[in-house]
Design a protein around this ligand. Sequence first.
Ligand code: PLP
Length: 441
Amino acid sequence: MALDRNAVPNDLNAFWMPFTANRQFKKAPRMFVAAEGMHYTTADGRQVLDGTAGLWCCNAGHKRPRIVEAIQKQAAELDYAPAFQMGHPKAFELANRIIDIAPKGIEHVFYTNSGSESVETALKLAIAYHRARGEGTRTRLIGRERGYHGVNFGGISVGGIVNNRKFFGTLLAGVDHLPHTHLPENAFTKGQPEHGAHLADDLERIIALHGPETVAAVIVEPMAGSTGVLLPPKGYLEKLRAITKKHGILLIFDEVITGFGRLGSAFAAQHYDVLPDMMTTAKGLTNGVIPMGAVLTTAEVHDAFMQGPEHMIELFHGYTYSGNPIAAACGIATLETYREEGLFERAAELAPYWQEAIHSLKGLPHVIDIRNEGLIGAVELQPIAGEPTKRAFQAFLDCYDKGVLIRTTGDIIAMSPPLIIEKEHIDQLIGTLGDVLRKLA
Ligand code: PLP
C-alpha cells in the first residue's frame, strides 16, 4: 500500500519528545514530512525556510544527492561491521579526511555517535591521559557557566545550564566553572567583542584553589551556541590556552556546533587560531543525516595510550556504532560535498552580508542585544516580566506560521542557516523575523 506522506499519526501520545513542550506540541503539532535544499515541507504542504540547519547540523542543506547515494550504496554493500577488534575501510578513509581539514597538530580521530558521546569520550580521555603519564591525581574538570556539552552526566557536570543540571542529582562533583563570556557592555557588538579577555584569568584562581596537580582538563565551546551565541572576546581563548599549557592541563574545544564550516573555517580552532589538545565534534560531520560524532586529538594525547604489550587493548572505551559503515560513508560524502561546493569559504564570504542583515533588527521592539559570527546569529529579547521564554517562543511560532524556521533558547532567538543559503534567503529570514518582532506583544 502506498504511504500517504501527508499522513500524521492520530495518536501522538507514545513518543515522549526530547527538549520539547510535549503537551503544547501535541495540541498543535508542527510536523515536517520532507526536505530539500534550504526548505522543509510541512505535513500540510507548506514550504518552511530552514534558518537553523535543522539543529545546527545540516550545513550542506537537505537531500543532497551525493550523501543520499552514498548511504544507499553503503547499506547495500556493507551494512555493519563490528567496531571492536575489526575494521572496514571507510572508517579509516573518513578519519584521514577529517585530519586533512583539521588544524595542524590534530592527528587522531575517535568515533562516537553524538555530541554528548564525544564530550563524555573527551573527558574520559583527559583523565586517562594524565593517569597513563603517571599523574593520576589529575581528575578535576573545569567547564564554564552557560556552556552546553550535551546531556550525559559528564556533559551536564561541566556544562553550565541550570535546568540541565538541577534535576539530576548528585553525580556532578569534582567540577568547577569559569564565568561565561557574555558582558552587557558588549551588547550589539558585530562579531568578536574587543573587551573581556580578562574573564579567562579566573582560571588561574580556580587552579590555585585546588592545585594544578588535581586538574585534568578545561572544556569550553570556542563560541557558545546553545545558550544563545556567546562570543569569545578577543584574546580570551589565547589566554585559556596559555594558562592551561602553563599548568599541564588539557584544553578541549567543544566544536559540535562550530565544526564543519559554521564560522567560515573548517573548525573554530582555525578561525580563532588557537590549538586545543582535543576537539569534540558531531552534527555537521555527517550533515546531520546519520548520527555520528568524533573526538579529534593531538598525537601527544593519542601516543600516551600506545604503551604496554601490543596485543593488549589500549583504551577501554568505545561504542557498538563507533565508525559505523553507513555513518562513515555519509561522513565521506558530506566532507566531499563541503569541499566540492566550497561551503566553508562560502560561509566566510556571506558572513558580512549576514552580519549587516541581522544587525538591521536593532531598534525593533524588545530587542536588547544582537550577536553574530560566521553564519550564526542571535537576537536577544527582553523577557516578559514573570514569564521568561514566552516572548521568544511566540516569535518562533509566528515565524513558523510565516514559513521560516528559527530556534529559541530562553528569550534568545538563534539562527544558523545551512551554508548553501543565498542572499535572498537571508533577506527572507531576517525580513520575516523583523515583521514578527514588530507585531510581538
Ligand atoms: N556540545 C555542543 C557544543 C552542542 O551544541 C551539542 C548539541 O547541540 C552537544 C554537545 C550535544 O550533541 P548531541 O545532541 O548530538 O548529543
